[in-house]
Design a protein around this ligand. Sequence first.
Ligand code: 3SL
Length: 241
Amino acid sequence: MKLYVYHTPELVPGDCNPDCAIAVDVLRATSTIATVLAAGGEAVQVFSDLEQLMHVSDKWSPEKRLRAGERGGGKVAGFDMGNSPLDCTPEKVEGRRLFISTTNGTRALQKIENAPTVMAAALINRAAVVKYVLEKQPETVWIVGSGWEGSFSLEDTVCAGAIAHSLWEKTSLPIEEIAGNDEVIDAIALFSQWQNKLLDLMHQASHGKRLLRLDCHEDLKYCSQTDILNVVPIQKEPGVL
Ligand code: 3SL
C-alpha cells in the first residue's frame, strides 16, 4: 500500500487515479457528513454550487430532505442549516438526505469523485476509515485535505497524519515503503506532535480562529475528538455518500 497526502484539492495530480481517495475537512464538512450518516441520515449529496443544490433537492419532498449551506463559516440564507455537525441530531436527520454545499469540503469530494473508492474522513471517524482501508488493501491511497480556498490547513493535515500514522502502524511497513510522497511524513510528524492536544491545535488553526469568532467553540471541541463514530462515508454514486 502506498499513501499520498495532498494538502489541498488544487494539489491533486490531474493525470492519475488512485484506487482509493479520502477527502478530509475536519472543520467541518467531513465531520458533518460522518455525523449525519452515524445519526441515521439516508445519504449525503454534495454540491459545490448552491443553485444546483436547490435545483436537485427541489425534487425531494421537504420531509425527506435537509438543505445545508455554508459560506465563510456562516449559514446560507434560506437553507435548513449551516455546516455544524452539532445540528445533526438523529431527531433531525434520521431517514433524510442531506444536500450540502460548503466552501471547501464539498469541492475536495468532487475533485476525487472518479476514484473507484471515495470516502469522507475526519478525526471523529478516523479508526473506522482506517479499518475499512486495511480490509480492502488498495494499492494506492490518496488523502486529500480541503484546505481553505486553495491554502494549507493545519486541521486537515493533522487528520491526514492521524490516518497515515494508523495505517503505517497497523501494516508495520517501513515508512519509506508506505509513504508515496514527502507530505505523508510531514503529516505524520504534525500528528505525532499534536495528538494529545488536538483541541489546542484547532485553536491555532486559521479556520479554527475564524470559527471561534463565529462562536463555534463547541464545534471545535466536537471535531477535535478522535475515533468516536464507527461510520465510513463511502461514495455510492458521484457526489452521493
Ligand atoms: O470549507 C468548508 O467546506 C467548511 O467545512 C467550512 S466551515 O467549517 O463550515 O466554516
